[in-house]
Design a protein around this ligand. Structure first.
Ligand code: CP
Length: 305
């Protein structure tokens, strides 16, 4: 049976550490891996827009010496004619060795995985989960902070629809002495299943509205955009979209070694004036995304170098 990745919790802490270590080795010595996936093919089946996830998956496979095929919108696939993801993945299984799938419907990659004879990676499903973004985030924090435990992690913005925050909170809940500060307007609070999970594990978390008030205590600030595509009406989006804007005066309140992460794309929630601050690591984070996806492809295909 192929191994799939739907949620970061599908991986043990030890397996995540192995991926982080492998990604580090790939970054240090890319030539060693340049032919690791010769004659292997990755399919990228994206029913929803993407820049980083799709292109970093494709770059990852090219850097491993493999091939890539796929589609970048539902309109350019037979989904436009009504084909189900179950039938599509049966076709893809004939043409590729591994598949990364993004879909606007929560659970669609999981449904595909049930009919797939190749590994399926959830590349983002609706407002639910985004496990490879979380692996990217963990690699970024681990590489730049040196550890994943003993951290105060602030997550700010659209915590209701922001699937990256759901995956990251679940993943970070397994490391020792991590405190979560959930910063959002009341309408965009994190779903109950996340706070229930934190409560059951007796983990420290607080839900607040003011970013300024908590800036001084954060080790990591994970900013997110308001997810326009998940709102039911435009007026609500317009009311929420500029609720938080991280700018230079707010950065002055933060620790000298705090890191600012963002899964990107950014809209208005981080002022471009922050980009030059050495604590702003979101573009470096996007680069780490390729290395961790290389490590993930190798691992799910069972390829050792
Ligand atoms: N972080 C992320 O998922 O970006 P894309 O939507 O561009 O893939």
């Amino acid at each position: 049976m192929p191994r799939h990745l739907m949620n970061p919790m599908d991986l043990t802490v030890e397996e995540i550490q192995s991926l982080i270590d492998l990604a580090g080795d790939i970054e240090r010595d890319p030539d060693k891996y340049a032919h690791a996936c010769d004659r292997k093919t990755l399919a990228t089946c994206f029913y929803e827009p993407s820049t980083r996830t799709r292109l970093s998956f494709e770059a990852a496979m090219y850097h491993l010496g493999g091939h890539v095929l796929g589609f970048s919108s539902a309109d350019s696939s037979s989904a436009a004619k009504g084909e189900s993801v179950s039938d599509t993945i049966r076709m893809i299984s004939c043409y590729a060795d591994i598949c990364a799938m993004r879909h606007p419907k929560e659970g669609a990659p999981f449904v595909a995985s049930l009919k797939s004879s190749i590994p399926v990676i959830n590349a983002g499903d609706g407002g639910h989960q985004h496990p490879t973004q979380t692996l990217t985030d963990l690699l970024t924090i681990s590489s730049l902070k040196g550890h994943l435990d003993h951290l105060v992690l602030g997550l700010c913005g659209d915590l209701k629809f922001g699937r990256t925050t759901h995956s990251l909170i679940e993943a970070m809940s397994r490391y020792e002495d991590v405190e979560f500060i959930l910063i959002s307007p009341p309408e965009l609070r994190v779903p109950n299943y996340i706070t229930e999970m934190l409560g059951k594990k007796h983990l420290k978390y607080t839900e607040v509205q003011s970013l300024e008030e908590v800036m001084p205590v954060l080790d990591i600030l994970y900013m997110t955009r308001v997810q326009r595509e998940r709102f039911f009406n435009e007026d609500d989006y317009v009311r929420m979209k500029d609720f938080y804007v991280l700018d230079k005066p707010k950065m002055e309140l933060a620790k000298k070694d705090m890191l600012v992460l963002h899964p990107l794309p950014r809209v208005n929630e981080i002022s471009v004036e922050v980009d030059d601050d050495p604590r702003a690591v979101y573009f470096k984070q996007a680069q780490y995304g390729m290395y961790i996806r290389m490590a993930l492809i190798l691992t799910l295909l069972g390829i050792e170098v």
